[in-house]
Design a protein around this ligand. Structure first.
Ligand SMILES: Cc1cc2nc3c(=O)[nH]c(=O)nc-3n(C[C@H](O)[C@H](O)[C@H](O)COP(=O)(O)O)c2cc1C
Length: 314
């Protein structure tokens, strides 16, 4: 099945994934101008009224860019909604998205038919993130247009499955839009995701080490210095398994090799404290060698993607 027309504007088949605390208008606008989907969690706008301001700013700046750059128009942007009972803002945030007709809504931690219907009502599409084939079926049954497959090695909440296994299982029955996530950090890996059957690569951690990311300098530098071996998988911090930088766990006075299991009743997905001190990160950061402008990071991905295609004579 062809990708929805709004993806025609992409100059690289990539979604810059939503990053709690880290992604805001500056990063999203830079990503969209450089030709990839930019996204942010609605919960990053605090208080709730700030969401309206952010959507206004993104809409205006991208429209101005399109007027000045008709040959390279901005890619569409996405807002991430945490569809979990711990999110008391969901209804208000969806109303803000409706007002600005947000083109893409990424839903996490819960699939709801009424949310998909609402997004379709204003002409948007929904992508739901899942970690296995069972959740993928549920998401599509509840009306998601596309899927984000979160494989092993992804930053933040991550699955356990190999991307090869996950894409293959989902592609046996689903021919809609699929984005693949988990340690993708080079243009060659973007092409590999497409070769496996995904339409788009979903990239998070490399964008933490950019000038536009809302992260402290030490966090950005830890991404530059870190490698796959520095990533710890634990459910202690939010109740759901995820990947984090070892150094931040040590700094918090914990032993990364002996972390206790979390108490599931203590789940707190929106807990800003955990994410501020314990730094989410995927395994792909060995490819990140500098803190640089977002546009430079995307230009590098584009050059690597073209080189990988040429190498394979595609
Ligand atoms: C610090 C951090 C915060 C994240 N916050 C969110 C979030 O708020 N909502 C969400 O759907 N995914 C979130 N994610 C997951 C990413 O959107 C994406 O799945 C992941 O970054 C992809 O793997 P990669 O980091 O290896 O590229 C987060 C990831 C990181 C590293």
């Amino acid at each position: 099945m062809a990708l929805p027309a709004l993806f025609d504007r992409l100059r690289l088949p990539v979604i810059g994934s939503p990053l709690f605390i880290i992604s805001g208008p500056e990063l999203v606008i830079a990503q969209c101008k450089a030709g990839i989907v930019g996204s942010f969690p609605a919960l990053n706008a605090r208080p709730q009224s700030q969401l309206d301001e952010w959507l206004h700013q993104i809409t205006e700046e991208l429209a101005a860019w399109d007027r000045d750059h008709p040959d390279t128009p901005a890619a569409p942007y996405a807002v991430n909604q945490i569809v979990h009972r711990s999110n008391p803002r969901l209804e208000e945030d969806v109303a803000s998205c409706a007002k600005w007709k947000v083109p893409i809504v990424i839903t996490s931690l819960g699939a709801r038919p009424e949310l998909n219907d609402a997004v379709h009502g204003w002409g948007g599409i929904t992508l739901h993130d899942v970690i296995d084939d069972r959740f993928a079926h549920k998401a599509v049954e509840k009306g998601a247009d596309g899927l984000i497959l979160v494989a092993t090695g992804a930053g933040g909440h991550a699955g356990r499955l190999s991307p090869f296994a996950l894409v293959q299982e989902v592609r046996e029955w689903f021919d809609g839009p699929v984005a693949l996530s988990g340690s993708i950090a080079t243009g060659g890996a973007v092409l590999a995701a497409q070769a496996m059957g995904a339409d788009l690569a979903y990239i998070g951690s490399p964008f933490i080490a950019t000038e536009e990311a809302n992260a402290v300098q030490a966090y950005k530098q830890a991404i530059v210095d870190g490698r796959a071996d520095d990533i710890v998988y634990s459910n202690l911090f939010t109740g759901v398994h995820g990947n984090y930088l070892r150094a931040s766990i040590v700094n918090a006075g914990l032993d990364p090799e002996n972390l206790p299991e979390s108490d599931p009743s203590a789940m707190n997905f929106g807990g800003a404290k955990a994410w501020k001190d314990i730094w989410g990160c995927g395994q792909g950061i060995g490819a990140v060698h500098a803190i640089e402008p977002t546009a430079a990071r995307i230009a590098r991905l584009q050059a690597e993607y073209a080189a990988a295609r040429a190498r394979l004579a595609l």
